[in-house]
Design a protein around this ligand. Structure first.
Ligand SMILES: C[C@H](O)[C@@H](O)[C@@H](O)[C@H](O)C(=O)O
Ligand SMILES: [Mg+2]
Length: 367
């Protein structure tokens, strides 16, 4: 049923200076400022029905998305590191069939997560050690480390992490597209001793056959290939699945334009029996993707084997309905909608370049 007509649309450039602390840094993106074009569509409906959307970027990309979304055509994102998610906030629960037992299990235990927050590439060894130690204490058992810029550094950092977390905990590696195909195989042969479960984005995300070659070469080493955070539609995923290019499929709630596109990928993954381990982090990606992955468990995959959702411990405080993590798991959100809405106060403060935070930072840069 249609309620109300669109009465106002706003697009704002919201940026968080994450580069100052090295948060989010990897072999490809050395100083990201986690940012978003934040869209709110208001209606004249009496109950104040509105829709909120985010396009995650690493800073400057917001300008591109800002102009595109301003034209009312979100959904396609083809430049590095930008994701689009736009959805009504007033919907109820997803109206698809659920399996009651699994729903109850989720409500009690949550969906298993892994953390990327301990081992960004720009963190010092001390920070790495300290964050891994703390994460272990907090109950985390699965960790992801950024690799790919310098082999010696990678070896030292991975050793350091294994020393803290021990041989049994799960370790994943993420190269953020840094290598070509032979280089990926060679590099991972050197890092195999640290027993990674997967290597993520070993090469260009568009190189479907390249991923297949890497997958095949790494099977004897017991390392899977994970990819998907840059895949913008179901056709790319279809081909990755068809040529056995991945062992772990990483949907991104915003990069794949629309919930429907995400759902079709979840269904394909089920058909090919490949576990979905969503990409998250950035600005609001954890908030959004938790809905999709819990739906996947309850209504599609019905399995937790080899499955976990990424968690990144930044910027949740700016969201009206932030994720709830307990015992290293995502607890199912209880509010209606897609958890996309940001706090107005945060948006105002971080608006670029006029928000309070940026005014100060830009003034300091000039002096
Ligand atoms: C630039 C970003 O922080 C990426 O490093 C991040 O999204 C990453 O690829 C991830 O898998 O979490
Ligand atoms: Mg990644």
């Amino acid at each position: 049923m249609v309620r109300g007509r669109i009465s106002r649309l706003s697009v704002r450039d919201v940026r968080f200076p994450t580069s100052l602390g090295g948060h989010g840094s990897d072999a490809m993106h050395t100083d990201p400022d986690y940012s978003a074009a934040y869209v709110v569509i208001e209606t004249d409906a009496e109950d104040g029905l509105k829709g909120c959307g985010i396009t995650f970027t690493l800073g400057k990309g917001t300008e591109v998305d800002w102009s595109r979304e301003g034209c009312g055509a979100p959904g396609d994102s083809s430049h590095p590191k930008c994701s689009v998610g736009l959805v009504g906030q007033a919907g109820g629960k997803a109206c698809l069939e659920v399996t009651r037992g699994h729903e109850e299990q989720m409500l009690a235990q949550g969906y298993p997560a892994y953390t990327t927050s301990c081992a960004w590439l720009g963190y010092s060894d001390d920070t790495l050690k300290q964050l891994c130690t703390q994460a272990l204490k907090d109950g985390w058992t699965r960790f992801k480390v950024k690799v790919g810029a310098d082999l010696q550094d990678d070896e030292r950092r991975c050793q350091l992490i294994r020393d803290v977390i021990g041989p049994e905990k799960t370790l994943m590696m993420d190269a953020n597209q840094r290598w070509d195909v032979p280089e990926a195989v060679e590099w991972m042969s050197k890092l195999a001793k640290f027993k990674p479960l997967w290597i993520e984005e070993p090469t260009s995300p568009d190189d479907i056959l390249g991923h297949a070659t890497i997958s095949k070469a790494l099977v004897p080493l017991g390392i899977g290939v994970a990819t998907g955070e840059q895949c913008h539609n179901r056709v790319i995923f279809k081909q990755l699945l068809q040529v056995k290019a991945l062992q772990f499929l990483q949907i991104d709630s915003c990069r794949l334009g629309s919930i429907n596109e995400n759902l079709s990928v979840l269904l394909m993954a089920k058909k090919f029996e490949i576990p979905v381990c969503p990409h998250a982090g950035g600005v609001g990606l954890c908030e959004l993707v938790q809905h999709l992955i819990i739906f996947d468990y309850v209504s599609v995959s019905a399995s937790l084997k080899n499955r976990m959702c990424e968690y990144v411990d930044h910027l949740h405080e700016h969201f009206k309905y932030p994720v709830v993590i307990q015992r290293a798991s995502y607890m199912p959100p209880k509010d209606a909608g897609y958890s996309t809405e940001m706090k107005e106060e945060s948006v105002k403060k971080h608006q670029y370049p006029d928000g309070e935070v940026w005014k100060k930072l830009l003034a300091a840069q000039e002096n």
